[in-house]
Design a protein. Structure first.
Length: 395
């Protein structure tokens, strides 16, 4: 403020008093706004705590500001420790109870931050009941996502290529948490328990006494906790129906094989081969031997016929003896000509494709290449003399 020499002193005093009152009013008003803002925030926080389902602009603003101020904490591990832990959410548990249980398990250090994050993203009502595997190293967003993702409740079953029915059942029995009754799985796949096969066209000509060996497509399956053996068998058969395409089935026929014969040959290729690139060559050897009326003389067929070896706890005896090679069984291709009566294992897609499109060769023999630089590779030959030389080289 400026004054002139002609301004009376009393007027100056009055102006100063007015300015002081105005400043005081402004200061008090500003303080009031601050207090009001704090009161509103406190009211929003109280309302949020008392009414988790409350929705509205005030709640959204408060949660947004709250979470923005804790962005770094949200990106950090939510718990204490490193090892994954099993965690169960019981049906009907609220978000508050789940948060408390997470904290008790060492998976969550800040329950309030977890709850506010879940509420802002509308996840608090989507937390699902079930069994989960969670790690303290997960962030709060990762915890919330895991607990709202139904897939986390599913159980993963890895069934390998080349396994026979009994090996699949043994794997199911060892799965934790247990999902599929292994005995019931064996009963169904051995066709000793009711199971409708009419919905699978590739099984239309299945012999009455045949098992489902060969048609249980090896893969990784995710099943719900309440799945039973019939659920899994259906999933495996449907997978076979999708993966063995009409084009592949037509190719089997062009090569002179029925679908069942092709699956049988593929199961032998599966047990013989390790390297994917060799499967078409191994398939060609067996095709060539069949064309010339030679016995297949495939070790896996004899191993299948011998069955479980109680002394070693294995299904595939190795090495085989001369007595083993003379074992009397229609599955022993050292003793009988042609293909065995059915598959000896469950082949994967690569072996099935190799039978559909074998390499064009004159090979009749193969043996493990013990001198090669590639593990599990084979050396192939067209004559018996070449084969003997390859065998002798390894001996």
């Amino acid at each position: 403020m400026t004054t002139s020499k002609n301004t009376p002193p009393n007027t100056i005093k009055k102006d100063k008093r007015a300015a002081s009152k105005l400043f005081g009013c402004v200061w008090k008003t500003g303080l009031g706004l601050v207090v009001l803002a704090g009161a509103l925030a406190a009211a929003a926080f109280f309302a949020l705590r008392q009414n988790p389902g409350l929705a509205g602009p005030l709640q959204r603003v408060y949660l947004r500001v709250y979470l923005d101020g804790r962005s770094q904490q949200l990106a950090q591990p939510a718990g204490t420790g490193n090892l994954p832990l099993p965690f169960t959410v019981a049906p009907g548990e609220t978000a508050d109870v789940i948060a408390a249980n997470l904290a008790a398990a060492g998976l969550l250090n800040d329950t309030e931050l977890f709850l506010n994050y879940a509420r802002y993203h509308n996840l608090d009502a989507q937390l699902e009941a079930g069994d989960f595997t969670l790690a303290p190293t997960m962030s709060i967003p990762e915890l919330a996502a895991a607990l709202t993702d139904g897939r986390k409740q599913e159980i993963e079953l890895r069934l390998l290529e080349g396994w026979r029915l009994e090996e699949m059942a043994a794997s199911l029995a060892q799965t934790r948490p247990a999902a599929i009754d292994a005995d019931q799985f064996l009963m169904i796949t051995r066709r000793q328990a009711p199971f409708d096969l009419s919905g699978y066209d590739f099984l239309a000509s299945l012999p009455p006494d045949a098992t489902l060996e060969g048609y249980l497509f090896p893969d990784t399956y995710r099943v719900p906790p309440d799945a039973d053996a019939a659920y899994l068998v259906d999933a495996m058969l449907q997978n076979f129906g999708r993966r063995v395409t009409p084009e592949m089935r037509q190719a089997f026929g062009v090569n002179g094989l029925s679908l069942r014969e092709a699956v049988t040959l593929a199961s032998i290729v599966e047990r013989e081969a390790v390297l994917t690139e060799e499967r078409p060559f191994i398939a060609s050897v067996f095709y060539n031997r069949l064309a010339q009326g030679m016995k297949l003389e495939a070790d896996p067929t004899t191993q299948y016929a011998l069955g479980y070896q109680s002394d070693t706890g294995q299904w595939w005896k190795n090495p085989l003896t001369l007595d083993d090679l003379a074992f009397n069984s229609p599955y022993n291709t050292y003793a009988v000509s042609g293909l065995p009566p059915g598959p000896i294992a469950n082949p994967g897609l690569a072996s099935l494709q190799a039978v559909a499109a074998p390499a064009q060769t004159e090979y009749l023999f193969f043996v493990v290449d013990c001198t090669g630089t590639t593990p599990n590779s084979h050396v192939f030959s067209a004559t018996y003399e070449e084969h003997l030389a390859n065998v002798q080289r390894c001996r």
